[in-house]
Design a protein around this ligand. Sequence first.
Ligand SMILES: Nc1nc2c(c(=O)[nH]1)N[C@H]1C(S)=C(S)[C@@H](COP(=O)(O)OP(=O)(O)OC[C@H]3O[C@@H](n4cnc5c(=O)[nH]c(N)nc54)[C@H](O)[C@@H]3O)O[C@H]1N2
Ligand SMILES: Nc1nc2c(c(=O)[nH]1)N[C@H]1C(S)=C(S)[C@@H](COP(=O)(O)OP(=O)(O)OC[C@H]3O[C@@H](n4cnc5c(=O)[nH]c(N)nc54)[C@H](O)[C@@H]3O)O[C@H]1N2
Ligand code: SF4
Ligand SMILES: [Mo]
Length: 730
Amino acid sequence: MPSPEKTNITRRKFLDLGIKGYAGAQLAQTVPITLISACAQIEQGGQTVHGVCYHDCPDSCSWTVTVRDGEVASFGPNDQNPFTGGSLCNKMEKFPLDVTYHPDRILTPLKRVGRKGAGEFEPISWNQALEEVSVKLKGLITAYGAESVLPFGYAGTQGLIQGSVMSNRFFARMGSSLLGATICGSTAVAGNTLVNGQTLGVLPEDILHSKYIVLWGTNTLHSNVHLWPLIQQSRRAGARLIVIDPFESATARASDWHIQPMPGTDVALALGIMYVIIKEKLHDTDYIEKHTLGFEELERHVAGYDPETVSQICDLPVSAIKAFAREYARGRPSLIRILVGMEHNRNGGDAFRAVSMLPSLTGAWREHGGGLMHMTYELAGQALNYERVNLHESMRKGESRTINMVELGKALTSAGTDPPVKALFVYNTNPVVTMPNQNLVRQGMEQEELLTVVLEHFITDTAKYADYIFPATTQLEHWDVVDSWGQTYINLNQPAIPARGESRPNSEFFRLLAEKMGYTEAAFREEDLEIAKSIFQTDHPYMEGVTFEYLRQHGWARYKVPEPWLPHREGNFGTTSGKCEFYNPGLAVQGVGPLPEYKKVPYSQTQIENFPLQLLTIKSTRWFLNSSHANVSRLQKAEGAPALDISRADAEQRGIADGDKIRVFNENGEMLVPARIGNRTRKGVVCLPQGFWPSLLEGGSSANALTNDWLADLGGGSALQDTRVEVEKS
Ligand SMILES: Nc1nc2c(c(=O)[nH]1)N[C@H]1C(S)=C(S)[C@@H](COP(=O)(O)OP(=O)(O)OC[C@H]3O[C@@H](n4cnc5c(=O)[nH]c(N)nc54)[C@H](O)[C@@H]3O)O[C@H]1N2
Ligand SMILES: Nc1nc2c(c(=O)[nH]1)N[C@H]1C(S)=C(S)[C@@H](COP(=O)(O)OP(=O)(O)OC[C@H]3O[C@@H](n4cnc5c(=O)[nH]c(N)nc54)[C@H](O)[C@@H]3O)O[C@H]1N2
Ligand code: SF4
Ligand SMILES: [Mo]
């Protein structure tokens, strides 16, 4: 079993604060013929190279590439991997054509010639561009200090090496500001961890043993596609599937019961369920006594969350709340699957906290396939040599401030940012599309005196604001190690083809810039291959028999975790008490209540009066991953244009007919989209898809033009779903 003190919860993604064009028609002319026929099966002949998908996705699929004459001859899933082997997802099945060989890919460094944001650039050599960046950087550091430099790197590649290892060393050596990398999972992780001390619970494969499956705020069919077949297998064996989601997602439509509360009210729902469970004595007193803390306080607390009160908050029938509580407590083994979906609001952290308590209340952890399934990154934290991954920690001298990525617009524009941000390095992310308050982000990035450097594959809407763009390699062209946050496998990614054009790995950019900056530490001379090897220098039992050489031959390995996996049958929680902590009085010092509670969102009077509809902006796209691929015409066509989901009642009240072009607006911005009337959202709630590039849409704005850059209650995450709008025919 995982031992809590060794659980290295330093996954950069969650807690490391260090941290156009339409081209489809031309595709056939620019891509090797072999590739056109190619993209699904492994052909005979050629060299076989193993790799792994780099996306910020819980699945981290293993793939195999056949290479002939330095070109990709075929590309497809690594059939040997039992979890992801069946297929890559629809987004990635033609990845070589869609990204690596895409005619719009940036293949030389570029220097801005037009105004910021215009996207006008001219080619420049690597050496000249690096020279110019280093000279400017040195000047800014002398004038404003190293903290005026903000690294803005995120999880566009999940690979450790191209994701963070070398960039972290570079910015630690410099003493730059730190980035609070909070946009995804921070709040969810904080909530669960407060209660259970860890996020690692039931493993994906063990869902086959579950009989009552609750997908609570997660759209598995789109966001976690390789878990879905296991859920279906479980259903065929008699499991019941419940989805709790304010939006009628594809997954909700495919479930046995869709419970549709108002957004941001899950904490009340979970506490209401506890009320019913305790009142009807469906809780597991023996488990509670042995393995939890604070049941009496919890019992007193939930007295304020009777089904009638909860019904008002969530706008759900009392009968549904009671029925769900009874079914959940009795349907054994019961599994709650959470991921990140319900975190982006001011009650998000407490929602994760409350939901994370439920399996201990009912003793669901006793059974194989019972409990809570959340993240798995702790497996890698224990199994791999994270001392090597985190080498940068020893390179930073002194303290540096942290700037929360959710507040990028504010940080760039506020007079209170001291020192001001004078240089911004963007890599593995597309903040103009994906961060809240898009117009403020753009306003910040438009500043002439801000030095902006972007490492990218394409001229994204963020890259348009760059002074210098450096062409990055894709996953087919560099080494990396991908440690999943959603399953139980470790993967080595080998380069299959030579880097196209003048593209270089992110790591190489930082090595070269370090040289120009005069950083002479040995850490900057370590090559990617050496780093990859060092990450596997471990004697942890999960990695028994799994060496670099093994992974070079096979690509993937499953961690050798104990079987059957019953992480909390005997308690053994990652908290300091070793118990599931329902009640935590020590939290007061952090400004957090000792128990999770529902709080009304403090909207201003103007927001309440002028903007009566709550806006959800979600990753409902099936063909894009966040904003990745949203510029690829094949995938754009498959996805279709964005639309605003609105209930019939709200549409009729405003004289809006299905398909009418409408303006969605509030104090932050506006977006022009057709209306889609139906049951996907409830009265009072409208929904837009996130991920579309504003520059490719009429009106030049996408969903995040409307979202607030408020923070969630825990973990520094975003409360972007706490946004109100009005809509009208445009
Ligand atoms: N196709 C596709 N797959 C993806 C992505 C993508 O963009 N496209 N993104 C990837 C990334 S970065 C991540 S983090 C994962 C995320 O995967 P998930 O954890 O599944 O999260 P989301 O897709 O953000 O949201 C899931 C559901 O949560 C619902 N939700 C929103 N607010 C609330 C609430 O207050 N309560 C409840 N109960 N539900 C709520 C939304 O309506 C949505 O249907 O998916 C990954 N996979
Ligand atoms: N309104 C709203 N906003 C959201 C969300 C939401 O649900 N609603 N979800 C949030 C979530 S969960 C997340 S995770 C974020 C994600 O937001 P981002 O982190 O911005 O993710 P992507 O949009 O996928 O952008 C990743 C970029 O990295 C680039 N990239 C990929 N590999 C490499 C590489 O090896 N090198 C370099 N240099 N670049 C590379 C890709 O080309 C792409 O442009 O969005 C968040 N924003
Ligand atoms: S995006 Fe996710 S599901 Fe698709 S291939 Fe990559 S890891 Fe697999
Ligand atoms: Mo995410």
